[in-house]
Design a protein around this ligand. Sequence first.
Ligand code: ACO
Length: 323
Amino acid sequence: QVFARIAGTGSYLPEKVVTNDDLAKVVDTSDEWIAARTGIRQRHVAADGETTGDLAYHAAVRALEAAGVQASELDLIVLGTTTPDLVFPSTACLVQHRLGAAGCPAFDVNAACSGFVYALTIADKFIRSGAAKTALVIGSETLTRMVDWNDRTTAVLFGDGAGAVVLKADTETGILSTHMHADGSKKELLWNPVGVSVGFKENEPNAGVRINMSGNDVFKHAVKALDSVVEETLEHNGLDRHDIDWLIPHQANLRIIEATAKRLDMPMERVVVTVDKHGNTSSGSVPLALDAAVRSGKVQRGQLLLLEAFGGGFTWGSALLRY
Ligand code: ACO
């Protein structure tokens, strides 16, 4: 049997940090409100001209370094994003060119905040089937480009960033199972209502490109979907909830993370939390949290990790792996 094992992780955050107090100067909000409702204290924001592809490239270089893998060895690149540089070519192709990895397949996956978990799942299938041996999986976003800074209900939630992993075929262990779901019937609870085919709104700021969200509804659906995918993952692997060493959740809201941890009967010391520093970086959030946990020495080789995410679509999913 062949597993896809994480050989190295990397991440990248733009330099500019915007604190809750900075936001309180622009909209009617406060550090107290934002921190109590979401756990967020600050977020990173991409500079003018700094793109999703730039963040992805830097995260990828770090992951390749950590894995001791040359870009020329890659035989697959999958990149999760909702905020690609261009409509086409895909951001994965742009990153491939910059890395000098021409020839291998490279494509983007749009699953909103579940983008990285979806991308990881696809790469896992390629490696398990023997179609690839060394894969680069990236989650990268510049979600603040879609934020209406005058809308306090969404402006306080999001940030920019990227994370990446290099997967290598391994006969011992690696990703044990992945689980993906979607429900398109709830699209209007969390969406960007314009696009190339539907058209843009010339008279609105940013041509109508913005995040529309029914926060309360999304919150409830997220908790429920994550509960069920966590159960599904444990059951599929015949595991008890106490077997998991680390929960590495999508970083949208500390209260959603705490609800999942409670479901797993997991103390918060075993949960990787970066939402306080990064905000919600959508596809970037899980690999950013994973890289932070690896580099800080929290996550050790041989430990059992549960990754999960929920996002617009709705989409949700999980991955269980032996690191
Ligand atoms: N500052 C101060 N007050 C605010 C702010 C703000 N930034 N935003 C909203 N409020 C006010 C509202 O206007 C409302 O006032 P009212 O009672 O006078 O009408 C009050 O605060 C409460 O608003 P709610 O929306 O009910 O607050 P809630 O407790 O639901 O928290 C939040 C809102 C933080 C958005 C929460 O619903 C949430 O986190 N939902 C999940 C969102 C999420 O995780 N989205 C991403 C997941 S998917 C993805 O990652 C794309």
